[in-house]
Design a protein around this ligand. Structure first.
Ligand code: SF4
Ligand code: MSK
Length: 664
C-alpha cells in the first residue's frame, strides 16, 4: 500500500482478538484493571491491548537500524553485529550512538522547552506584563539567585528577579562558556566534566550540535558522540529542567509535605470532573483558579452538580499533588482507562506523554477532550489555545464545556472505589528542614545517618509506566526491596504515583523498611519513600546529591556518594536524557523494559562500564525488580566501602572540634 492510500480502519468493536488478555498480567493497579476490563467488554482498545497485538520491532529495540539517510535504511541485525556495516560504512557502534544521541536530544529538548516557557512567563510577570501569575515564593527567589552569585542583600524582589531572569536565560542561549547552575555542581564533579570537555553551554547550542553531529557523515566515533550526549543531557538536568523546577517553585510555591490522595476513587459522581494531563504547571494553575471561581461553581450548581472536582494525571498531576494537594487520578498508563469511568467530563492536556489514542477514547465515552498548547494538537481533539497573558480565558471555557457535558452525561458512571492517601510534596529544601530541624536546617543529619549506617544510601526511582511490562509492578517491588535494605527512596513522575497507590507514602509504611531506615523515619515522622514531583523535578535529586557532597563525609564528588537511580518501566526519550544526565553526573542508573543497544558492542561497553572508569556514573539494565534492587545495593555498598563507612555505626561527621584537633 502506498503512503497516499487511505487505510480503512475497522470499527474497534469489530476487531477480533486472537487471544483473550488477562489484564492482571498487565497491571497491578486495581482501578486500572477494573477499567481495562470495562473497556474490553465495551469493545474498545487501549495501549495495553495494542501492545499485546503488536510485538515490538526487535531491530529497533536493539537500536540496530539507521535511517539517517536515504541510501538506507540500513539494519545491522545479524548475530555478529560487526559482520556488516551500513551502505556508508557506518558501524553498529556509530549507528547505536547516533540513535541514542537523538533520543537524548529529543528528551532534552522537551524538558528545556518546558523550562524556557516557564522562564518566558517569569520574565513577563517580572515586567508586569502578566497579571494572572505572580511571584509566590520570595524566599526561593532569593536562595536561587544567591546560589548563582546574584547579590541579594538590600535589594528589591523586582531587582533580584530581573537579574535572575537575565542570568537564567543563558541556560538556553549561551554560545560559549558554562551555564549558570554549573555553580551548584560539586568541584570534583565539575572538574571531571571540564577535563572531558562536556560542561554544557546553552541548551540550544548543545541540542543543535548533537543534531548536527548525528547527521549522516559527521561524527562517526561513538566515544565522541557519547561525550556530546553527556553535554546535551547535562544542559537539561543542570539547565532546562532545573530552571523549570526553580521557576515553578518561585511562581507557584515550593512544595511542602501534606496529606493528599491518589487514585480514580477521587472522581466524584455528583460533581463536574475535570482532569488535567501533561507537564507544564501553567495550565493546571489556571485551571485551579477557574475551578475555584465562585461564578463557575455557581454555574456547575445550576447544572445540578455538587461542585467542580479537579484532578491531575501524569506529571501535571504530580506537580500540583506536591504543591497544592490536588488529587491525582493515576499515572501515564491509566490515562486511557480513566476515561472509561464515564465520570470524566473534560480532560485538558498540554504537552508530553499524551497518547494520540486519547481523543478517540474520549469519543467512546462522551468525555470532552481539549488540547491547549500550540505545540501539541491532536486530530479529533477540540483545541482551545492557552495564552499565558490571559490564562483564565482558556480554562474558563473548558470548565463551561465540562459543566455542559455533566448536564448531559451520555451514560452511566462507574468509578473504581480506590483512594490512597499519603504524604506528598517533598523538595530538596524540605529535606534540609525535615532532617535538620528549624534551627540547624541542613543535610548534616542525612549524611550522619548514612555514615552511621542507619541509612545505607539513597536511591532515586523515577520514570514512566510502559505496557510492555506489568504496570506499577516493577516500581513497587523495586522500592520495597530497597527500603527493606535501608535505602531511602526519593521519587518523581509516574513512578511515585505507583508507590502512592501501593500505600508506601504513608509514614506507617516505615514498618516495611529495615531497622535503621525505620528508626530514622519514625523519629522524623516521614515515609521511607519521598515524592519530589514531576519528571523535570529530577533536578531536585541532583541538587540533593550536590548538597550531600557539600556537607561532607561522603566523598568529594557525586560519583563518590552511596546513591543509585532507576527507571524500571520507562517509555519516553526524556527518560533516556534523564538517565544520561544522572550517569554523567556520577550516578549508577538502571533501566528496565529494554535498552537501545546491542549487548557486547563497544558502545554498550562504554555506557555500562567505560564511563565509570572515566569518573562518571554508568548505565545498568535489568527487567527483574529484585535483581535491579541488589545491583543498586551492591553499588551503594561499593561506594560505602570506598568511603570507609562499611559496617560502621554511630560515626559522626567531623565536628569543628575534631577539625581543630586535626589541624592543630
Ligand atoms: Fe545507512 Fe549510513 Fe545512511 Fe545510516 S547513514 S542509513 S548507515 S547509509
Ligand atoms: S509523565 S515522561 S510517562 S514519568 Fe512525566 Fe510519566 Fe514518564 Fe511521561
Amino acid at each position: 500500500m502506498s503512503h497516499h492510500e487511505e487505510k480503512k480502519e475497522k470499527p474497534l468493536s469489530e476487531v477480533k482478538r486472537e487471544k483473550m488478555i488477562n489484564f492482571r498480567d498487565m497491571s497491578t493497579c486495581e482501578a486500572t484493571i477494573q477499567m481495562l476490563e470495562k473497556v474490553a467488554s465495551d469493545g474498545f482498545e487501549t495501549a495495553f491491548t495494542r501492545a499485546a497485538d503488536m510485538r515490538p520491532c526487535p531491530i529497533g529495540a536493539d537500536s540496530a537500524c539507521c535511517k539517517h539517510c536515504f541510501m538506507g535504511p540500513c539494519r545491522l541485525n545479524s548475530k555478529d553485529p560487526y559482520s556488516r556495516v551500513g551502505v556508508c560504512g557506518a558501524s553498529i557502534d556509530t549507528i547505536a550512538a547516533r540513535n541514542f544521541a537523538r533520543m537524548v536530544a529529543s528528551g532534552g529538548a522537551a524538558h528545556t522547552d518546558h523550562g524556557m516557557v516557564m522562564l518566558d512567563v517569569f520574565r513577563e510577570v517580572v515586567n508586569g506584563n502578566i497579571q494572572g501569575y505572580r511571584i509566590q515564593d520570595e524566599q526561593k527567589l532569593r536562595s536561587v539567585a544567591e546560589s548563582i552569585g546574584i547579590q541579594i542583600n538590600g535589594r528589591s524582589v523586582k531587582d533580584i528577579a530581573v537579574d535572575l531572569y537575565k542570568e537564567l536565560e543563558r541556560t538556553y542561549t549561551q554560545v560559549e562558556g558554562e551555564i549558570p547552575f554549573v555553580k551548584r555542581v560539586p568541584a570534583k564533579t565539575l572538574d571531571t566534566w571540564r577535563k572531558a570537555g562536556i560542561v554544557p553551554r546553552g541548551a540550544m547550542r548543545e541540542i543543535m550540535e548533537i543534531m548536527h553531529r548525528s547527521h549522516m557523515g559527521v561524527d562517526q566515533n561513538f566515544d565522541n558522540i557519547v561525550k556530546q550526549c553527556s553535554r546535551t543531557a547535562l544542559a537539561d538536568g543542570w539547565g532546562g529542567s532545573m530552571v523549570a523546577t526553580e521557576i515553578s517553585d518561585i511562581l507557584f510555591g515550593t512544595p511542602k509535605p501534606h496529606v493528599a490522595g491518589v487514585n480514580m476513587g477521587f472522581l466524584k459522581e455528583n460533581q463536574v470532573n475535570i482532569i488535567v494531563h501533561g507537564h507544564e504547571p501553567l495550565l493546571f494553575e489556571a485551571m485551579i483558579a477557574s475551578s475555584n471561581d465562585p461564578a463557575n461553581i455557581e454555574k456547575a450548581r445550576a447544572a445540578g452538580a455538587a461542585g467542580i472536582n479537579l484532578l491531575g494525571m501524569c506529571c501535571s498531576g504530580a506537580e500540583v499533588l506536591g504543591r497544592h494537594g490536588v488529587p491525582h487520578a493515576g499515572n501515564f498508563l491509566s490515562t486511557e482507562p480513566v476515561i472509561a469511568t464515564g465520570a470524566v467530563d473534560a480532560m485538558a492536556v498540554d504537552v508530553q506523554c499524551i497518547m494520540q489514542a486519547l481523543p478517540k477514547m474520549a469519543g467512546c465515552y462522551g468525555t470532552r477532550f481539549f488540547t491547549t498548547n500550540p505545540r501539541a494538537r491532536i486530530e479529533g481533539a477540540t483545541h482551545i489555545e492557552f495564552h499565558e497573558h490571559s490564562p483564565g480565558e482558556c480554562t474558563d471555557k473548558i470548565v463551561s464545556l465540562a459543566i455542559e457535558r455533566f448536564k448531559n452525561r451520555p451514560g452511566p458512571v462507574t468509578i473504581p472505589q480506590r483512594r490512597d492517601m499519603g504524604v506528598h510534596g517533598f523538595s530538596h529544601e524540605y529535606i534540609n528542614y525535615m532532617l535538620g530541624g528549624t534551627f540547624r536546617g541542613s543535610y548534616t543529619p542525612l549524611n550522619e545517618n548514612i555514615i552511621n549506617g542507619r541509612i545505607r544510601g539513597v536511591a532515586g526511582v523515577v520514570g514512566c509506566t510502559n505496557p510492555r511490562v506489568k504496570q506499577d509492578y516493577l516500581h513497587v517491588e523495586l522500592v520495597k526491596e530497597l527500603i527493606k535494605n535501608n535505602v531511602l527512596v526519593v521519587q518523581t513522575g509516574c513512578s511515585q504515583i505507583a508507590l502512592a497507590k501501593a500505600g508506601l507514602m504513608k509514614p506507617d509504611a516505615a514498618v516495611l523498611a529495615g531497622d535503621g531506615l525505620q528508626e530514622v523515619c519514625e523519629t522524623v515522622g516521614i515515609p521511607p519513600v519521598l515524592s519530589l514531583g514531576s519528571c523535570v523535578d529530577n533536578s531536585r535529586i541532583l541538587i540533593a546529591c550536590a548538597e550531600m557532597v557539600r556537607i561532607g563525609g561522603l566523598g568529594d564528588s557525586i560519583a563518590d556518594l552511596p546513591v543509585a537511580g532507576a527507571a524500571p518501566e520507562y517509555m519516553s526519550e526524556k527518560a533516556i536524557c534523564i538517565g544520561q544526565y544522572f550517569v554523567a553526573s556520577g550516578v549508577y542508573t538502571i533501566f528496565g523494559v529494554t535498552f537501545p543497544t546491542v549487548e557486547g558492542t563497544q558502545f554498550h561497553k562504554l555506557l555500562f562500564e567505560g564511563l565509570e572508569e572515566q569518573g562518571f556514573g554508568k548505565w545498568g539494565f535489568s527487567t527483574d525488580p529484585y535483581e535491579m534492587a541488589h545491583l543498586m545495593i551492591n553499588h551503594i555498598d561499593k561506594k560505602r566501602a570506598a568511603l570507609g563507612i562499611m559496617g560502621e555505626r554511630e560515626r559522626k561527621l567531623f565536628s569543628m572540634e575534631d577539625r581543630r584537633t586535626a589541624e592543630g
